[in-house]
Every structure is written in structure tokens, then in C-alpha cells.
Design a protein around this ligand. Structure first.
Ligand SMILES: Cc1cc2nc3c(=O)[nH]c(=O)nc-3n(C[C@H](O)[C@H](O)[C@H](O)COP(=O)(O)OP(=O)(O)OC[C@H]3O[C@@H](n4cnc5c(N)ncnc54)[C@H](O)[C@@H]3O)c2cc1C
Length: 553
């Protein structure tokens, strides 16, 4: 197989030669550097690469070119190679055009000319983008392949696990052609054994649980130590931040997640408001970076491992798991976030994982190319989900109970939705029923205003409403509010049971729960801000409090 290509586009021969020279110096071993003198020439080259089955890792295009501007070249290149990273070269005076391009052409980065020295101004950006591309890209004939039925909940569970564990794989729907059937026959897999996971070495896992997949992929699911300083339950932004600080400050730190690192943020197609990422960052990318950072600094991470209970034994906490031996820790962070509530409409439960999905737009979107899907919810997560699905589906119906999105969704998302022709807002509407034979085929919409119903064809329902905290696994000593959110700090002191439960001579620390040494951070905490940045902030803060606690006990 040929090396992946980096394609540079500029009408100025001198600039073109300079970029080409710099890129070759650093990347020639692993990539082929190609160049084009205009947009049409670059797009022709991209199509030619595609027809040969070659990979395009990155397009770097100058903005100001006669005939076709750089942002147009990048937008068009995306249609041919959706995963290729796109970089715009701009003069300082063109920054406005660059920002527009980020929003309109989904450009990954803009570089201001000149970029001297390349070691500081060019290579770190390119390294970062190529690392992201490598994490997503899978050569045609290589890697993991998952074969199954699109409407099978088990297929969805494995896809979701692989995607959120950031393991590249290729999804092959059994109904999509004779090649897939031939592949199964060659691997000796029967229909009743689907979904099947086919490995590069020819081995097969038949109808596996996510846990078996993790074990087969060499992920350890047992803790290395008997006692930890800090065990973090939940590897969303709050847990990941605590793992980074805990490990970097020398605490014996273990982080567990029942699913995979990333949490809700990991399911977001693009987080646009997290500090330091001017062009937004896909949630999976943020999770991948944070996980790598936590592990490099020495945190131990186990997933999928579900914590089912905690026993308080003197100053120690003993964590129990759905599978495996308990783990003992001096302090614990509850960072288990939130989960979507089950939608109450008729027929939803029967189709869960088989056409009804909870917040799984990034995992399932490609399967709904040219189909009609429904997104339920008016919050930012629903907006992001709808925009992501609109890249694939022919029609996305966004269903909300209110008149509009203004009071529930951020302005930047409303703007993008307005500009996306295949997203249609359905105000004053609820979903009453979902029907279909083994898959979603029809949905009944009900008007909130007059109760009138309308049945329409649809292929999937993506639910983004009604969250509840993941806190039912905690013992009663950890106080929660009426909705199940964990009380910390002053809220603990204000609780009725405070005097009965709290026997320390000091008051609970700001993020400490009603059990000394158990802390809570992020969305699971009463009064949380439900943002990536606030979860990260709280997770980071907890480590300081853990130090103080360990210092005094
Ligand atoms: C689709 C979507 C888009 C979003 N976009 C944005 C955005 O653009 N900007 C923004 O600021 N915020 C956004 N948010 C909100 C943001 O993602 C959350 O506020 C943030 O993820 C909360 O982090 P957390 O660590 O508290 O919890 P979570 O992210 O919910 O993570 C909790 C983790 O705990 C694990 N867990 C739960 N129970 C157990 C158990 N018993 N044992 C082990 N593990 C367990 C879960 O598997 C999960 O991984 C978005 C949310 C969604 C769903």
C-alpha cells in the first residue's frame, strides 16, 4: 500500500516550494508530499488518489488563489476525503476569512504566513493534526471489522464501545451486499453468531460482550495495586482532569469507567466552547488527548468496569464491581456524570439500540446516509447531534416541545442549524409512538398545542432529553438531593442528616460529600454547571482537596 498523502495547494510557486520543502524534511518517511498550483488541480489530484485507493491525510491550501479560494478547495476536498485534515494558509490580513472558513468549510486549522521557524510554528500543528487523523483512519484491508445487523442492539453496543474506546474499526452491515456475506462465509461465521468481530490475524469473536472485546484487545480489567490514594469513578471530563492532576502529583491513582473514557463529552461531535480550541474539538479527540495525558503521567485506567457499590470501612473505601475483585482506596472521586432518561413513548424501549439511540449520533450517523432521522431535544447536545447527522441523513427532523430553540440552545448552534437545509425544526411537538418490524419504520408525532397526531416514516430516533445523575450505585451515607444529585460542601452542611452523619471536627471541604474522603465533581454533583470546562475545573480542584484530606488523616 502507498504512503498516505499530504497535499499542498498554492498558486505562488515560491510559497508552494517552501511548504513542500518543509513538509518533506520532516514527514517524508511516512507520507508522500504532493503539490498543486490551483484548486481545480488539487481536487483532480484528490479524485485520482481516491480512484487508486490511496489515502489522503491532509490538505493544506492557500486562501487567496484566482479561480477558487482556499476555503472552497478545502470544503470540496472534504467531500472526497471526509477524514483528511484541512489547513488554510492565510496572510495576517486574512484572519477574518480564516475564521469564516473554520465555520463554513469545517477547516481544522489556519496557519498564518510566514511560519518560520517550522519547528515551532508549523510542525507542532501538523503533528497534532496527523495524530488525530491516524486515530480515525483505517486502511481498507486492515484492522478490525465488525459484521452484523444494523438494527441489532448488540451490534450497537459493540460499535459504541469501540468508538468511545477510540479503537478504529470498520462496520460492515450484513444487508449491504454479497461481499460482506462472502467475508462471513470465509471466516466460518453463521448468521446466529452475529455480530462478529474479525481480527487482522484471522481470529473471530462471535456475538461478544464489550467486556470480552476489551479483554481480546489486551485491555487489562483488573487493578494492579491493593490500595490506592485516589480512585476516580467515571472517566468523563471531571474524572480525566482528576486523573491528570492526581497522577502528576504523585498520588496512586486509578480511574474506572463502566463504558469508555470520554463520558458525555466523548459523544459530542464538536465541542466549540472549550478554551484553547478556536475551531472546536471533537469530543472523542479531547478524550483521546486527556486519556493519553493521564496515562503518561502514571494514572491506571480500567474500562469497561462498572462500580456497583462502596463500603465505608474506617478511613478506607472498598469499591465493588459488577465483575472482579474489590479495590480499596483512601479517597474516592464520584465523577459518574449523567445519563439520558428512557423516552416514555410507546415502542421506544423495544427499539433501543435498534433504531432508537440515546445520544449516540457520532457512532451511528454513517449508517443513516440518505435516510430520514428524528432528533428529540432542544439542548446543545441535540443541536450538535442534529448537525452531525445532517452530514449523512437526507432529512433530520428536530423535535422540540417549545416554540423555538432560543431559550435552550446556544446561539452558534441555532445559527448553524438555520444554515443547514436538511434540518427541519418541528416546534410544539412530542413523540407519541415508534413502530416497526425489528427496526424503526414509523413515528407518531403529537402536537403539544391541540393533541393532533401525524404518523410519518422515519428510520431512526436519536434521543437527547431528560438526563438523570448516575448516582444510584452510592451508599445511603452519601447524601443526594431529591433528583439524585450528590450534595457537596455547603449543601451537605445544610442537609437535615448532616449532624447525624458528619462526625469530623472540621466542616466538609467544598467538593466533599457527606462521607469524609469521598468527593464529587462534574455533572453528578448538585449545583454543577453541566459544561466540559466546569467539570474539568472541578476534577482538577478535587486533587488539591484530596492532598489536604490525606495530610490530616
Ligand atoms: C452530545 C453532548 C454534547 C455536549 N456538548 C457540550 C459542549 O459543546 N460544551 C460543553 O461545555 N459541554 C457540552 N456537553 C456537556 C458536557 O459533556 C458534560 O457537562 C460533561 O461531559 C460532564 O462531565 P462529567 O465528567 O461530570 O460526566 P460525564 O461526561 O457524564 O462522564 C461520566 C462517566 O462516568 C461513567 N460512569 C457512570 N456510572 C459509572 C459506574 N457506576 N461505574 C463506572 N463508571 C461509571 C460513565 O460511563 C461516563 O463515562 C455536551 C454533552 C453531550 C451529551
Amino acid at each position: 500500500m502507498n504512503k498516505p498523502v499530504l497535499l499542498v495547494v498554492d498558486d505562488d510557486p515560491q510559497v508552494l516550494a517552501a511548504v513542500r520543502r518543509d513538509l518533506r524534511t520532516k514527514y517524508r518517511e511516512s507520507y508522500t508530499v504532493m503539490s498543486a498550483g490551483s484548486g481545480p488541480e488539487a481536487l483532480a489530484a484528490a479524485r485520482e488518489l481516491k480512484s487508486r485507493g490511496d489515502s489522503l491525510a491532509m490538505v493544506i491550501s492557500d486562501q487567496r488563489m484566482p479561480g477558487m479560494l482556499g476555503n472552497e478547495v478545502l470544503a470540496k476536498a472534504r467531500e472526497v476525503y471526509p477524514l483528511a485534515r484541512r489547513v488554510l494558509l492565510t496572510a495576517y490580513s486574512d484572519i477574518e476569512a480564516a475564521v469564516r472558513a473554520i465555520n463554513e468549510a469545517h477547516v481544522d486549522h489556519y496557519l498564518s504566513k510566514p511560519w518560520d521557524p517550522p519547528e515551532e510554528c508549523l510542525f507542532p500543528v501538523i503533528d497534532d493534526l496527523l495524530e488525530e487523523w491516524q486515530a480515525e483512519y483505517l486502511p481498507e484491508a486492515k484492522g478490525l471489522r465488525l459484521v452484523g445487523h444494523q438494527w441489532s442492539p448488540r451490534s450497537h453496543a459493540i460499535k459504541d464501545f469501540l468508538a468511545s474506546s477510540l479503537i478504529p474499526y470498520r462496520w460492515l452491515d450484513i444487508s449491504r451486499g454479497p461481499d460482506v456475506r462472502a467475508l462471513l462465509d470465509a471466516s466460518g461465521v453463521g448468521d446466529h453468531e452475529l455480530p462478529a468481530l474479525l481480527f487482522e490475524d484471522g481470529s473471530v469473536l462471535r456475538n461478544p460482550e464489550p467486556r470480552q472485546v476489551a479483554e481480546r484487545l489486551g485491555k487489562s480489567l483488573s487493578a494492579k495495586l491493593d490500595v490506592y490514594d485516589l480512585v476516580i469513578v467515571g472517566a468523563g471530563p471531571a474524572g480525566l482532569a482528576a486523573a491528570v492532576y492526581g497522577a502528576s502529583e504523585g498520588l496512586k491513582t486509578l480511574m474506572l469507567d463502566r463504558h469508555a473514557p470520554g463520558g458525555q463529552a466523548g459523544t459530542s461531535s464538536k465541542i466549540e466552547n472549550y478554551l484553547g480550541f478556536p475551531q472546536g474539538v471533537p469530543g472523542s479527540d479531547l478524550a483521546r488527548r486527556a486519556l493519553a495525558q493521564a496515562q503518561r503521567l502514571g494514572a491506571e485506567v480500567l474500562a469497561p468496569v462498572e462500580v456497583t457499590g462502596v463500603a465505608i470501612e474506617g478511613g478506607y473505601k472498598r469499591l465493588k464491581f459488577a465483575d472482579g475483585h474489590p479495590v480499596v482506596t483512601k479517597t474516592m472521586l464520584v465523577a459518574t456524570g449523567m445519563i439520558y432518561r428512557e423516552h416514555p413513548a410507546r415502542g421506544v424501549a423495544e427499539h433501543a439500540g435498534g433504531g432508537v439511540y440515546y445520544g449516540a449520533a457520532t457512532t451511528e450517523a454513517p449508517a443513516f446516509r440518505d435516510r430520514r432521522v428524528i432528533v428529540v431535544g432542544g439542548g446543545n447536545s441535540a443541536g450538535q447531534g442534529a448537525l452531525h447527522l445532517a452530514r449523512y441523513a437526507k432529512d433530520v427532523q428536530l423535535v422540540v416541545r417549545r416554540e423555538h430553540l432560543q431559550s435552550t440552545m446556544s446561539h452558534y448552534l441555532i445559527d448553524q442549524i438555520d444554515k443547514t437545509p436538511n434540518i427541519h425544526l418541528r416546534p410544539w411537538t412530542e413523540i407519541r409512538q415508534v413502530e416497526g418490524d425489528g427496526r424503526v419504520e414509523r413515528v407518531t408525532f403529537e402536537s403539544v398545542k391541540d393533541g393532533g397526531c401525524q404518523v410519518e416514516e422515519a428510520d431512526a430516533l436519536f434521543v437527547f432529553i431528560g438526563t438523570r445523575p448516575h448516582s444510584d450505585w452510592l451508599p445511603p451515607e452519601v447524601l443526594r438531593d431529591a433528583k439524585g444529585f450528590v450534595l457537596t460542601g455547603r449543601d451537605v452542611i445544610a442537609a437535615e442528616a448532616y449532624k447525624r452523619l458528619w462526625k469530623e471536627s472540621r466542616e466538609p471541604a467544598p467538593l466533599e460529600t457527606s462521607v469524609p474522603g469521598i468527593f464529587a465533581a462534574g455533572d453528578v454533583r448538585a449545583g454543577a454547571m453541566n459544561r466540559v470546562a466546569s467539570a474539568v475545573g472541578e476534577g482538577s480542584m478535587v486533587v488539591r482537596l484530596v492532598h489536604e484530606y490525606l495530610g490530616v488523616t
